[in-house]
Design a protein around this ligand. Structure first.
Ligand code: HEC
Length: 158
């Protein structure tokens, strides 16, 4: 009985260490469209990387909005980027087309120490089951590293 318990604790410890950068469990942010809409950006044709071309909306949940105000992000604070393709019509207008991805950053300093304390995940086409990040967010983080002075966020202010 006691031995079983000891083994379970040991395995639990090892599991935690191995899972340090595992972003595979980050859940789809179900209600992100009701969060604080911070701003939108249009990445026009020619933007690099080409995969990021589109209309995108940046959302902050309540904890993330609080962090933008205070400068300190609580565990669980989450940002979401909702990116869509666009189509141009004959009157110089860009319309939102198919959803390309929903990307998230979730704050957890203990769980994601190698990526600035943020867990990165992305859902292709906005499909909750189509996780795109398999490298623990290292690839994502590469672009966010220069923003170290702003907790690795491009988004500033409220
Ligand atoms: C090519 C550079 C680049 C890469 C790679 C990148 N991002 Fe970003 N990310 C940006 C830029 C630029 C913004 C600001 C977007 C805006 O303001 O519309 C941003 C913003 C964000 C935001 C909103 C919070 C913030 O920092 O403003 C989230 C969430 C996000 N990215 C998640 C991800 C995820 C998840 C990945 C990996 C799948 C990723 N990013 C990879 C450039 C990048």
């Amino acid at each position: 009985m006691f031995r079983t318990l000891a083994i379970a604790i040991t395995l639990g410890g090892a599991g935690t260490a191995l899972a340090a950068q595992d972003t595979g469990q980050i859940p789809f942010p179900e209600d992100y469209r009701s969060w604080h809409h911070h701003h939108s950006t249009v990445n026009l044709d020619g933007h690099e990387p080409a995969g990021n071309v589109g209309i995108q909306h940046v959302y902050a949940d309540a904890a993330a909005l609080e962090g933008l105000k205070s400068g300190k992000f609580a565990k669980g604070a989450t940002f979401a980027v909702d990116r869509f393709a666009y189509s141009a019509d004959g009157n110089h207008s860009l319309s939102q087309a198919a959803r390309k991805v929903v990307a998230v950053m979730v704050k957890d300093d203990e769980r994601y120490p190698e990526t600035g304390g943020w867990g990165f995940q992305a859902f292709k086409g906005g499909d909750p089951n189509a996780r795109a990040v398999t490298d623990g967010g290292i690839q994502c983080f590469s672009c966010h590293i220069p923003l170290a002075d702003n907790d690795y966020l491009f988004t500033r202010g409220q």
